[in-house]
Ligand binder design. Structure first.
Ligand code: SIN
Ligand code: FE2
Length: 216
């Protein structure tokens, strides 16, 4: 039942090294998909998705929310981790156990044992939304990896290098794929190309991405 919506191409390897220290684990989240999606809905009920504004004044096309003891936010004042949801003033909901388990297991498989995230950014992309090439560098300590879980509509993920102008590899991320990067590629640039329209049995016309980090 839980594998009902597996979109993983069986001809592609289950494990793909995108860059040194960056590993794509295809279909790694499929077994937990129903539980993951229920947990996303619970998080979004406590802290609704919203479109944040960049310091430069641009509205982000992906809708975002967070769970964890810190949540990534952006507004005219800058990018940062905040202990409470600025929309409600309440602490972000706790990271669901199913997120923590998957993040720790996938990180360990990618070569990062003992990963215990305290922040999870939840991105929701509608068709047309994208995320420009960027580095995840608002965290206190770069010794911890990043774990990213993709659900719903497929997307083209870009994974580059330490410099913004470095060549990027483009990889299709499907429902249930997990990427973990750290060590030598912890600060590598990455982004998501404009989401193509589609209708996914698990999420409808949307892609959901969980980005788990140790922020504090
Ligand atoms: C991110 O870099 O925060 C999200 C990446 C993704 O949506 O795959
Ligand atoms: Fe990122």
């Amino acid at each position: 039942m839980d594998d009902l919506f597996g979109d993983t191409d069986p001809t592609l390897p289950e494990r793909d090294e995108l860059a040194p220290g960056a590993v794509l684990l295809r279909g790694r989240a499929l077994a937990a998909q129903a539980e993951l999606l229920r947990a996303v809905a619970a998080v979004a009920e406590a802290a609704p998705f919203r479109h944040m504004v960049t310091p430069g004044g641009f509205r982000m096309s992906a809708a975002m929310t967070n769970c964890g003891s810190a949540g990534w936010v952006t507004d005219r004042k800058g990018y940062r981790y905040a202990p409470a949801d600025p929309e409600s003033g309440r602490p972000w909901p706790a990271i669901p156990a199913v997120f923590l388990r998957l993040a720790a297991d996938a990180a360990a498989e990618a070569g990062y044992p003992g990963f215990l995230p305290d922040a999870c950014l939840v991105n929701r992309y509608a068709p047309g939304a994208k995320l420009s090439l960027h580095q995840d560098r608002d965290e206190a300590d770069y010794d911890h990896p990043i774990v990213s879980v993709s659900l719903g509509l497929p997307a083209t993920f870009q994974f580059g290098g330490p410099k913004r102008a470095d060549p990027v590899r483009r990889i299709r991320l499907e429902h249930g794929d997990v990427v973990a990067w750290g060590g030598p590629s912890r600060l590598f640039h990455h982004g998501v190309l404009t989401l193509k329209d589609g209708d996914h049995p698990a999420t409808g016309r949307a892609r959901i991405n969980l980005t788990l980090r140790k922020a504090l």
